[in-house]
Design a protein around this ligand. Structure first.
Ligand SMILES: [Cu+2]
Length: 349
């Protein structure tokens, strides 16, 4: 057996291999990666170059999808770089102490919602991106514009899509939706067909994957059953992490919706008697355990639970009727993650 060099050893053991892009191995100990510089080394796939020479993206006829009972849900979303503070209050309310690191802001990527035709932004670029919502029978159209300096995409889970609407880099087989270059727009058409209901998510799956995902390019997607009434209180929580490879900061942060530590992560509110749903998904390389204090729910197999373990890109919802007032914690029960910030408040009045 050949001896391993340091890099190979670390990829196998001490540090994690994140990915290989344009021949470079990206590892968790390799320091901050400049995604936009690295992106310049990735060649434009042939079908993408041909579509650009042909004057833009191919158009699909929407009439082919629409049925009389369905609706078209149309979104305008851009990927943008922005300054993002992981711990805006600089305090950890769970342990009632100051966060060690002085600097907790870095250049992240976020999906940003716009009004029709990208006329004006509806909110700042955010982590996670805006909720995409549909009911079974609907067609979802996402006009996606890339304003970052790296080719990125939108790739959904759960919903039905034709092969070229996958939003995924596939080397020389890549379709235009799988390699949206800087300042280009691509329109994704996805179908909430029968059997697609559930709590899902979307994320970048371009050539730099997973680095732009780790910089913040992911968001929630929900498809409701026909006639389903949304719960009176519902929360969408993305469990993920930010490490020095993408942030360039000193600290490692285990986050919920872009932030670490209670008082920075979402503070959720409900009142007794309400039907409550937590929609939860994972978007990093780790397994997490969703745990909610003072409450329990019924799992699909009939078991009564107050924790649920999930892995990368797993998504699920737990539902119950609220009956227990107070200031509660929700958190990941991997203790290391809990103490790296993966916790938050749930306040019931
Ligand atoms: Cu965890």
């Amino acid at each position: 057996m050949d001896p391993l060099d340091r890099r190979g050893f670390l990829a196998l053991g001490g540090a994690g291999l994140i990915c290989t892009i344009a021949g470079h191995q990206i590892t968790t100990d390799g320091g901050q990666v400049d995604v936009e510089k690295l992106a310049k080394e990735v060649p434009v796939p042939p079908k993408v170059a041909a579509a650009e020479r042909g004057g833009g993206e191919p158009r699909r006829e929407l009439a082919a999808f629409a049925t009389s009972s369905s609706a078209v849900r149309e979104y305008w979303i851009a990927a943008e770089a922005m300054n993002w503070n992981i711990v805006p209050t600089h305090r950890d309310q769970m342990m009632a102490e100051k966060v060690k690191e002085g600097k907790t802001t870095f250049k992240a990527y976020g999906y940003r919602p716009y009004s029709p035709g990208f006329k004006s932004p509806l909110a700042p670029a955010q982590v996670p991106g805006p909720l995409i919502e549909a009911a079974v029978g609907d067609t979802v159209i996402v006009h996606f514009r890339n304003k970052t300096g790296s080719p990125v995409t939108m790739h959904p889970h759960g919903i039905f899509y034709a092969n070229e609407m996958d939003g995924t880099y596939k080397g020389k087989w890549t379709d235009p939706g799988g390699f949206v270059q800087t300042n280009r727009t691509f329109t994704y058409v996805w179908e909430a067909r029968e059997g697609t209901e559930g709590t899902w998510l979307y994320h970048d799956h371009g050539p730099m994957d997973p680095l732009p995902v780790f910089k913040g390019l992911f968001g929630p997607l929900v498809i409701r059953k026909p006639g389903e009434v949304p719960p009176e209180a519902e929360f969408f929580l993305g469990f993920h992490s930010w490490d020095p490879t993408v942030t360039g900061l000193k600290g490692n942060y285990a986050c919920i919706n872009g932030h670490a530590y209670a008082g920075n992560t979402p503070t959720l509110e409900a009142t007794t008697g309400q039907r409550v749903a937590f929609h939860v998904y994972g978007m990093d390389n780790f397994f997490h355990t969703f745990h909610l204090h003072g409450h329990r729910w019924i799992e699909p197999d009939g078991r009564i639970a107050d924790t649920k373990t999930f892995g990368p890109a797993d998504s699920f919802r737990v539902e119950f009727t609220e009956d227990n007032p107070g200031r509660w914690f929700y958190h990941c029960h991997v203790f290391q993650h809990l103490h790296m910030g993966m916790n938050g408040w749930y306040i019931v009045s």
